[in-house]
Ligand binder design. Structure first.
Ligand code: PLP
Length: 389
């Protein structure tokens, strides 16, 4: 039997896969079962930060594999401790909880917000306000946090205590908060909505939200599962806005290809979680952390300058391309609204050896942070041609 048939028969049919089997790759190039070459403009949904089989990442991962692959959180391991130290030093945050995915990192942030509010403001303060069109994960609680009704329909009842208001509408956010007598534990936002269509929050909205939150002891959780780890041209996207969130969550790109999530806690909430309040068997796995250390360590000013330069190239080229209606995003997280249906453009790109993603009705680009300029130019030329036809 072919792999595609075996997969369709035995793997839960929750994914609509493209008819391509990826067998290998290096950097920003991947190869399918027939040896066809593709330029990877999706990096496994912003996960392979330095591309496929990156030498530095691989050597750290394999070295750690040779020492110990897992210990549980009953013991200390150096990769976990060192990565937490690096993340705190680079962000000014005070504590890190390690999980295995974005949804789990967000679950941790939600628990922090609920416990902080319950202890400080009373048991009736637990509601978390998130934005319409947001995406925060697939567990029942992070689904409840996700402001898209179509994800909710057949999974009722979801975890209670979540409300949603439109992105970039400060009046609506404040009105909804006041309608709850300010009994809101936290605002939880993506600064650039990824799955929701690469929508960028305005500075005005974000600063207004933070100011209102500060004045009413409402925590600000920034979900940087997709925007984090260099993706937007800063180590974390909140740094582009000059704000100081109370909790930052991340996953996807931090592990460079292995599952790792993290919730970073600021001084205000660093002591909220105590012994027994939260945990994870795999969380902070030494192999994942050893790889992640090489990812974070290489996201320096020089790399971020490169990300911005490549971003400018993509924006400048696509903005004036035939068949392109608009380009949105930040850094190497880019949404392209095309005249043709995004699905058609994507299929045409694939045919011509370029792997793209979609988000709602847009083409979404999330290439590796270190994609070579020649490959990027080649991929964008293919995309332009696909949009124009
Ligand atoms: C992908 C994503 C998640 C969920 O991450 P998983 O690792 O799939 O659980 C949560 N929030 C945002 C913003 C994401 O992009």
């Amino acid at each position: 039997m072919e792999i595609k048939q075996i997969d369709q028969m035995y793997v839960a049919n929750t994914y609509k896969r493209f008819p391509v089997e990826i067998v290998s790759g290096k950097g920003s190039l991947v190869y399918d079962e027939n040896g066809k070459r593709y330029i990877d403009m999706g990096s496994g949904i912003a996960v392979n930060s330095f591309g496929i089989a990156d030498d530095v990442w691989m050597s750290a991962v394999t070295e750690q594999l040779g020492h110990v692959q897992h210990t549980s959180n009953l013991y200390y391991t150096a990769p976990c401790a060192k990565l937490a130290k690096t993340l705190c030093e680079r962000t000014g945050m005070k504590k890190v909880f390690f999980a295995n995915s974005g949804a789990e990192a967000n679950e941790c942030a939600i628990k922090v917000a609920r416990k902080y509010a319950a202890e400080k403001r009373g048991a009736d303060v637990y509601t978390i306000l998130t934005l319409q069109n947001s995406f925060h994960g697939r567990t029942l609680t992070t689904l409840a946090a996700t402001g898209q009704d179509h994800f909710h329909e057949l999974f009722q009842p979801l975890t209670p205590g979540f409300i949603h208001t439109p992105a970039n509408d400060l009046d609506a956010l404040i009105a909804a908060t006041e309608a709850q007598d300010n009994k809101i534990a936290a605002y939880m936002i993506e600064l650039v909505q990824g799955e929701g269509g690469v929508n960028v929050l305005t500075e005005e909205f974000v600063h207004g939200l933070c100011a209102y939150a500060e004045a009413h002891d409402i925590l600000v959780i920034v979900d940087e599962v997709q925007t984090g780890n260099g993706r937007t041209g800063a180590l974390y996207a909140y740094m582009n806005y000059g704000i100081q969130p109370d909790v930052v969550t991340t996953a996807k790109g931090i592990g460079g290809g292995l599952p790792l999530g993290a919730a970073l806690m600021s001084e205000k909430v660093e002591h909220v979680l105590r012994f027994g309040d939260h945990g994870s068997t795999y969380g902070g796995n030494p192999v994942c952390c050893a790889g992640a250390q090489t990812v974070i360590d290489r996201i320096d000013d020089a790399l971020l300058a490169e990300v911005k330069e490549k971003s400018a190239y993509i924006f400048d080229t696509l903005r004036h391309a035939n068949g392109v209606e608009s380009v949105t995003g930040m850094g190497l997280m880019i949404g392209v609204k095309t005249e043709k249906p995004a699905g058609e453009v994507l299929a045409e790109c694939m045919e011509h050896g370029v792997l793209c993603l979609t988000a709602k009705d847009k083409i979404r680009l999330l290439p590796a942070l270190n994609i070579p300029m020649e490959l990027l130019k080649e991929a964008i030329a293919v995309l332009c041609a696909a949009c124009a036809k």
